[in-house]
Design a protein around this ligand. Sequence first.
Ligand SMILES: Nc1ncnc2c1ncn2[C@@H]1O[C@H](COP(=O)(O)OP(=O)(O)O)[C@@H](O)[C@H]1O
Ligand SMILES: [Mg+2]
Length: 307
Amino acid sequence: MKKIVVFGSFVVDLMGRGPHLPVPGETVKSGFFKMGPGGKGFNQGVAAHKAGGDVTMVTKLGKDTFANVALDTMRDLGMDTSRIITTEDYPTGVALIEVDETTGQNAIMVIPSSCDHIEDAEVDALKDLIEGADILLTQLETNMSAIRRVIEMASGMGKTIILNTAPVQPVADDLLAKVSIVTPNEVEAGILSGIKVTDAESARQAAEWFLSKGVKSVVITMGGMGAFVADGDRREMTPAFSVKAVDTTGAGDAYSGGFVTALAEGKDIFEACRFAAATAALSVTKMGTTPAMPTRAEIDGFLKDHE
Ligand SMILES: Nc1ncnc2c1ncn2[C@@H]1O[C@H](COP(=O)(O)OP(=O)(O)O)[C@@H](O)[C@H]1O
Ligand SMILES: [Mg+2]
């Protein structure tokens, strides 16, 4: 099995549910609070690990109590913590999530802090790790200078690079050209390509845009519609599984984790999309992000039931 490095953000999710979302200046007394691990990089690393991947997680934490939310979670799951970067200079990242308990609408402020300040030297220190790995999976939630540096390093070593373009922000053409597989959701694909993605045909057009930038393969996830794949000469819609969705936050993260694990096991991109869709389908049947990521046994059982 190939080795995976997940380079990305960790934040502590601080979630409150109340009678309505506060307007500017308002304080809303609310009845429910929950704290837990989050961050796109971390969610994807956990998803890949639980799906059976050989994952080394790289993220950056402060030296504070919130750092333990990451470290405790990783130890509980049996994940390698040896490449976690720590700093005295910034706190561990947080996401302040407000949820309206009647409408389910939310307002989120994400403050990646330490993960927004990953230094060049800290990326350079990953040289041996990346050299010994086969696949790099990263997102857009850490500082762009670090994203650029780690992609350039892995690209120089000829590694497979998967870029999940969340949260969406512009990606320079020369950087996109170094990406092996880009995995935007339909909104991100639309913003980056300028082609609004609503169906298979518009997804195909957006995928062509990424290919024209030098990306080798494209997977555009489209929620319950599935994912559009462009790989080699093939252009195909791959289905989602029909499940009773309880909470779709983190679906894309589950998908990325399942996808990278399947690729690491030598599956082709279409088989990997099926495995990823099963991973994501299971995740949307549970509340939360990191805790909702399914185990390998759950994914295998689900796939067997849906043959
Ligand atoms: N309601 C759902 N039912 C089944 N699968 C889903 C559902 N929502 C998402 N998925 C799966 O998760 C994948 C990623 O979801 P998507 O919404 O595209 O990503 P993101 O969370 O980044 O917005 C989809 O391609 C699909 O396989
Ligand atoms: Mg979505």
